[in-house]
Design a protein around this ligand. Sequence first.
Ligand SMILES: [Zn+2]
Ligand SMILES: [Zn+2]
Length: 134
Amino acid sequence: MKQVFGSCLCNRVTFTCENDFSHFHLCHCTQCQKATGSVYAANLFTDVDNIVWLTGEAIIKRFNVPGRSISNAFCSECGSAVPYKSLSGKALVVPAGSLDSEPHIQPLSHIFYAERASWYDSITACKKFDSMPD
Ligand SMILES: [Zn+2]
Ligand SMILES: [Zn+2]
């Protein structure tokens, strides 16, 4: 199985794992909107032991949302989302945007879709620019 590599924005946290993901969910829950500052968290799921931290594991911070099995793990230097063990301990959650290589699967599902941002449905109608428009 091929390996994928990942890193945070400041590159202090780097990791590698086997390109062996079981699920790829786009989570629209209100907590993921807060954590990402965007419409959803794009998370890959894999075996809980499928990670080797190359650098920076000690500077990762984690917040567990009270009353809900949702966590936010991030680089304490740059705030980027990084992989974490699910609260149940059954899966490793890997933010898709943290990867520097292509995962072998495509997104499979929108989850907590009922909580989606009111403006999510208009995204597909947005004009597209290859850089910041004038
Ligand atoms: Zn960082
Ligand atoms: Zn969520």
